[in-house]
Design a protein around this ligand. Sequence first.
Ligand code: ATP
Length: 442
Amino acid sequence: MATQTLMDKLVSLSKRRGFVFQSSEVYGGLGSVWDYGPLGVELKKNVKDRWWRAMVHNRDDIEGLDAAILMHPKVWEASGHVAGFTDPLVDCRTCKARFRADRLGDAACPQKPSKHPGEHSTCDLTEPRNFNLMFKTFMGPVEESASVVYLRPETAQGIYVNYLNVLNSSRQKVPFGIAQIGKAFRNEITPGNFIFRTREFEQMEMQFFVKPGTDGEWFERWRGLRMAWHQEIGLNPAKLRWHEHGQGELAHYAKAAYDIEYEFPFGWQEIEGIHNRTDFDLKRHQEHSGKKLEYFEPATGERFVPYVVETSAGADRVTLTVLADAYHEEEVEGETRVVMRFHPLIAPIKAAVLPLMNKDRMPETATELYNDLKKHFTCFFDDSGAIGRRYRRMDEVGTPFCITVDPQSAEDQKVTVRHRDTMVQERIGFDAVLPYLRERFG
Ligand code: ATP
């Protein structure tokens, strides 16, 4: 499948089946802002739930947090974002388009898309200038500089400024972590590739606080755990790889950084970063706030500012990865079958209940089964159209199981379970359906 074709197909399927819509579409859309439809919201929620389960519920050493999007403006001075969260921007005086100076090779010249900006004879690019990516707004009724606040460009700072609150209110001791899922905003110069790079997005971030000197070991441990998680949600391991930040790429605060990359139709790209952020952020907040952010270690009587190992993934970006990884086309009986092979645990609909015909109490029996199952799983009831078409509709949204009530069901108290990936069908008793699905979805 050609690169662009696959992305086009994903965008079109997402709209047609209710995964993702362009924001404010009736007004012509808002650049690189997207809305999640009925199936998209379930898919993304499942991604976030799996992350929360792995990072918070399944561990004794990580606590959850939900910090506000708006924070004291000094937070962003201390973190370095006011001064340094910039991308180099160039304008073309001829076509008025704007580009990231460090990504010209990825951009197309609007006048001649086969060339990069600057390569066409009439291109006239300005010198790069730094552009701050933070969205600014005003708190209260007066629009003056004293009331400027920012929409957070990352969730991590909400964790740093709450680290002592969490420590003092929980029974944690260093090493321990704080995890949070929440919106972040960046006024990206060149957003794009559907929900890959957007101006409003959600992050799933965890900051792990450790004793200095043990940070290297924890960094390696988190690298292993995070790569394993992406495989647990079903991503193809052959399309995942590490990218180590070299000296020129490393953020000024980081001692080491690796990205987990996925091979998208548009190339290998970051989906999660694992960073050793040292004690940079806590020390900066200590300096700027004048409040001590040290940890007292009872066992040794030592005081220190912990080092931080961060894992930072984008919920939207992982959702796009899941969509791209799941998309399959195959020939079945002379027709193209589109099937989203989502891992069953993140599939938006777990099972569909289908009466084969609208007669002989088949709809009533199917409705009863559906009402029972939907208390436990997200289910879908569909009684319209030929059964083959109904199966295809469920394949296209990645429903792992279709349960069909047919004329024989009244006689043998059994239904047919059809498997999405193999299309194999098996007959099981009414009473066996719930345990059957439970076994597969936990
Ligand atoms: P990139 O270089 O791709 O802009 P980054 O290195 O700035 O990413 P981080 O600041 O490390 O990204 O953010 C952590 C994660 O947040 C990224 O791995 C990505 O999944 C997600 N993320 C960052 N920026 C965006 C965005 N504009 N849209 C969607 N997700 C994003």
